[in-house]
Design a protein around this ligand. Sequence first.
Ligand code: NAG
Ligand code: NAG
Ligand code: NAG
Length: 385
Amino acid sequence: MQTFAIGFLCSYAAALPAQTNGFIRVDCYGGLNQMRRDFCDGVGIARLLNATLVLPKFEVAAYWNESSGFGDVFDVDYFIEQMSGYVQVVKELPPAVASKEPFRVDCSKRKGQFDYVESVLPSLLEHQYISITPAMSQRRDRYPLYAKAAHCQACYKALRLTKYLEKKGSELLQAIPKPFLSLHLRFEPDMVAYSQCQYSGLSATSMAAIEAARGDRKPLTGEVAQIWRNRGKCPLTPNETALVLQALSISTDTNIYLAAGDGLMELEGFTSVYTNVVTKSSLLSDRDFNSLHGNTKAALDYYVSINSDYYIATFFGNMDKMVAAMRAVDGVYKSLFLSRRAFATLTSKGIRGEKLMDELWKTHRDDFVMSRGYALSDCFCEFQL
Ligand SMILES: *[C@@H]1O[C@H](CO)[C@@H](O)[C@H](O)[C@H]1NC(C)=O
Ligand SMILES: *[C@@H]1O[C@H](CO)[C@@H](O)[C@H](O)[C@H]1NC(C)=O
Ligand SMILES: *[C@@H]1O[C@H](CO)[C@@H](O)[C@H](O)[C@H]1NC(C)=O
């Protein structure tokens, strides 16, 4: 039998440049895990450009209707200490640059493989202080090792929740019956609207919530909709999720922590099958729960999910990638992403009942048995022992 191990690429640091090319602030938008992803990318870019990093801006008001900065979620001093030798970080700007607003460089709409040195360095050199929003996806394989290492160190080693959140997270963890499975069930109005998928059998309340979140993304119809669904683009409903878990022979009395937002729809479809389900709101005191907001709630779900006995996600979003990677860093693995594609293609062929359960089991068997999740970021490499 072949055995594999997963290594972490961060044991590499080159001497930091004697002179900085300027100061970079990373501007992050979206939900917590998206901001975290962009911030990690930004750290790699700062190092690539031999720049000094300023603490990032976490712009959350638009998404969560609230404000909470980087320091409300992550331990700033720990971050700075952990990044020592990887990239220069400052809490305060020198007076000469502190008085001005950074020059804004938005790469979020950039597509394909552009070169940060070519397209961003000139602005940095000219303005000496820039804010940057990294591109959605950028391959890092041509980065020098020291920039990759800064990215990986930032993302997987240097970000720790604040003491307050760690304490709340560990209280929450203690309150959950053991052993337990953390389930990231992503069937929320924004996600369903964004997916452009349609579902039959939804309640009027759910339909209204989806419409409210719709914006200009009209649902797909007809053949296009079916192709889209077969490509695995449609979030699994709570009903469907319960079915897949049963196909994996996960007993219906399993303790399950729902790592999900407050807007989860059609949950009865799941809780009528899996009856031992707990959530943040059921376990935290009203006082604690009400003191949390979008970002800190997401931070607790993350905390519980990296510490659970098993992690299952119905989607493959930023949180899922982050949790699976952290579980790999910690050597606990046991992560599984359910296949929306398999579910859609099987059901579209009219497969139902026992046969469906059997096929779903076959689809997930290897991942479930290996149980380490897949598509880890390029901070990890696999080698044969
Ligand atoms: C950063 O510094 C390294 C070595 O000090 C150098 O090789 C590299 O070209 C520099 N990159 C930029 C963008 O200044
Ligand atoms: C956002 O916050 C403001 C002020 O607290 C409140 O009036 C408004 O209803 C909130 N909007 C949403 C969508 O929650
Ligand atoms: C979930 O299943 C129940 C019972 O089988 C059904 O009544 C309901 O419409 C289903 N909901 C969805 C969203 O498919």
